[in-house]
Write a protein that binds this ligand. Sequence first.
Ligand SMILES: Nc1ncnc2c1ncn2[C@@H]1O[C@H](COP(=O)(O)OP(=O)(O)O)[C@@H](O)[C@H]1O
Ligand SMILES: [Mg+2]
Length: 575
Amino acid sequence: MFKRIKLLIDAESYKEIKKASFLLIADGIFHGFNYGMLFFTLLNLVNGTLTSNKVLKYTIIMIAASLIRYFLLNKGYTKVQISGSKAIKNLRIRMGDYIRDINMGFFNKNNIGELTNIMTNDLRDFEQWITHMIPTSSKLLVLLIYLTITIIAIQPKLGLIQIGIIAVCLPLIGFCSDAIKKTGYMSKKVRARMLSRVIEYVKGMECFKSFNLVGESFKNLKNSLLDLKKESIRLELNAAKYVMPMTIIINISFPIVMAIGVNDFIRGSIDAENLMMFVIMSLALTNIMRGFIKIYAESRYFSLSCDKLLSIIETPQISHDLEKYNFKNYDIEFKNVDFEYIEGKQVLKNISFLAKENQRTALVGESGSGKSTVLNLITRFWDAGSGEITIGGLDVKKLYVDELLRHISMVFQDVYLLQDTIYENIRMGNENVSKEDVVNAAKLANCHDFIMKLPEGYDTVIQEGGESLSGGEKQRISIARAILKDAPIVLLDEATASLDADNEYEIQNAIKKITKDKTVLVIAHRLNTIKDSDQILVFEDGNIIEGGSHDELIVKGGKYSGMYKSMCEAKEWQI
Ligand SMILES: Nc1ncnc2c1ncn2[C@@H]1O[C@H](COP(=O)(O)OP(=O)(O)O)[C@@H](O)[C@H]1O
Ligand SMILES: [Mg+2]
């Protein structure tokens, strides 16, 4: 258990929490003093040896123990709270850092709910577990040991009988722990699914409304909420199934030993004071034991969060050999690259091509033929299976992704805008640019005019995802980002969404400005925009079936020439 916790929290917080736990355990020991003093008071009372001096002594000891306990509790809880919050804060940052370098394959739709659940609920549960449950259960355990020894010392026979009865609970504790683990995992899974559904429901609202699917989609959400309710009840019942009999056994142990004790007293084998002391201690033991069982069961559930958090830390990260490096040039080369997102479903099949620097390479082909995948591999959003992808002769798999991405500008179909001002959305954290640079980039990307029409110009805050802007506007903002970044490699995935003619013209103009003197890879959906590319690669079902300049491909009379012809015919038809 402690090994797993150690993997998650920083060494300093771990040490502090451990210290705090010892303080709380010490509190448990001093708590035991009260029982001890009670024991002596009764002993003296029954023996008729209680003097006011002794009462004073016991009282002073109890007050001193209370003061010490106050100090221990105060220090222990403050320490555990502060170091717990610190540990969780550090863990949050570490997890955020870690997730950044996880293969993009991790972030599929199903995982978003799971990830949200882990980053919120599991982190909170883990904090509860290490800051409350572990210290409290350790303290109760100390009291239990203390009381067990005491009752056996007072009355070995009765003590052992009671411990024997309570020991029947031991296997039940094991079963309870297994049951909570099993149902706890299930309830966590259902909760994660429910969160995915909520996210889907809220994000897709616009689309659902336009297709009149709100009711249908709500049905899904409602079902997952009902599932969660069912699982939560099952978890409670399952825990209760074991906690209840354990509580009953513990409760029963008391009247049984009491009856035996009274019988022994009547027969004269035990004296009154011994019996009375035993009864008090035995009652205390059953109380503490019940508390312990309850917190143990809860603690088992909360400890599952630890596994969940570890499951993220144990997800393979994208590795790299080179932290810092220089590219000799910005040629991008694919050498016999194979790739599959899902095992057994090959998406790229032995792809080879060279995209030279200062040249524009266009990727064309039907939807699903693998064009976007090529860009995903260059940026290491995913890593290629076999084969090699090099930039300036360096294998991208060896390169530190953060550094690699500094050299690449991307303009993708789905432009993601942060919930921040337009200014920050163009600047994207680049500290070295001035307001003027941002405005210039926006002007070049033909978005200055529409930005100035917004209520607060560059300071207008965009809604998350940029829902308040049109597709064309969002794409032009992403072009402004790329212009500002001025990276030597430019990857473009043209918008397929129907852009109006004005927007399309402006976007094409803007794109020309980022692609000058760069290694440009562009996925084109309108062939007229890439006619003058240096090289056109035609994709079909994960293969490159032909490549060359526009003129060469037209002469060849293959797939490209067919595509081009049908586009021209469609245009004529439109006219
Ligand atoms: N994240 C993903 N997980 C699984 N399969 C994917 C993923 N992204 C794309 N694919 C599949 O890979 C194939 C190629 O997709 P893609 O490269 O996007 O094609 P294109 O850009 O040419 O339309 C398609 O069959 C698509 O369904
Ligand atoms: Mg695509």
